[in-house]
Design a binder for this molecule. Sequence first.
Ligand code: NAD
Ligand code: MG
Length: 400
Amino acid sequence: MAESAPRRLTVLGATGSIGQSTLDVVARHPDRFEVHALSAHRQHDKLLALCLQFAPRYAVMGEASAAEALASGLRAAGSATEVLCGEAALEQIAAADAVDVVMAAIVGAAGLRPTLAAARAGKKVLLANKEALVLSGQLFMDAVRSGGATLLPIDSEHNAIFQALPAGYARDPAAAGVRRVLLTASGGPFRTAPLASLAAVTPEQACAHPNWVMGRKISVDSATMMNKGLEVIEAHWLFGAAADIIEVVVHPQSVIHSMVDYTDGSVIAQLGNPDMRTPIAHAMAWPERIDAGVRPLDLFAIARLDFERPDLERFPCLRLAFEALRAGGAAPAVLNAANEEAVAAFLAHRIGFLDIPAVIEACLERSGSQTVDSLDAVLAADACARDWARAEISRRPLSR
Ligand code: NAD
Ligand code: MG
């Protein structure tokens, strides 16, 4: 039993893969966590079921018709949960005085404003929404500092790195004796597929990840390895690591979730079964440890761990992400926005798999070196890159 009062939690993106894993951990520890608010974009049925289970004070839907459907479902069930709708409501449930902890698990740039609001309000921010950090790195880290927020990474690699770093690490690798950050990557479903077959892969094949069950956007990102590229940029901001000391290591078993290489030759790794409830439970209870419902790691069943260098010809998105990080300014925002548009077009069967890096590269070539030091500048860079990407997509032949 936890001795203090339960921590009050807002889950942004409650109906998604991370949102559901978060609520699974919450349900195991009713003495520790209390749900203040849940959000979802369109899936009112799924959010209704979660509201009836967790009885939050507020539920926020992205769309008015979905909000009405949710409200009538809640009324019929005699629930006291109040339904709100839209972006301002997301910021409200992220920053409310009653909230201690915010799980930022909306997918894509749509999560930026509420995640930023939680940081500014000094919450304990559990960051799954890596796109928000890629888009607005400096701005977001500044908001964490000025708001007095505690930022804990949920992405399994970054959570592993956090666990492998010394307590109180202050975003200064040299001061902590860190030589390299080793970011592991599964290599996704196409690590060994014949290169000639990649042009014709379908969204269903791209979403069939060998080790993890995730939302469709991040699944495609894993197949292109843009996910690892976004994670390189995420690691840069979270840990103050320059691009030169971040190394991607392909590790197909997804048992080592990442490592820190120290100047004395020590390499500290975090291992575990590929189950997001581990990093979620770690961050939720930090600095304590709680049961996450994850089965123990069976090293004898795993038997071996393999490592490979990433193939940048096969995975141009990883190269593009390193280039965007090194270019700085608006480039990471352009990379992220162009990727979101290209992945959506691929999932809609509008473009082929290999068009994804081509669209992103074309957008990055148009991007200048302007600084993005305000939310308006970030959002303008994002909007402009989406226009470029949509124009680029419309120039390409229909994939099928
Ligand atoms: P998902 O697609 O399963 O869920 C996304 C959630 O965001 C849903 O609740 C959806 O309703 C909400 N949403 C979608 N569009 C929205 C919009 N425009 N406005 C408001 N809400 C919106 O995605 P996921 O796999 O849970 O991933 C969520 C985030 O976590 C992503 O940023 C992803 O990169 C990151 N992440 C996921 C995993 C994983 O294992 N799934 C691992 C590491 C990081
Ligand atoms: Mg990850």
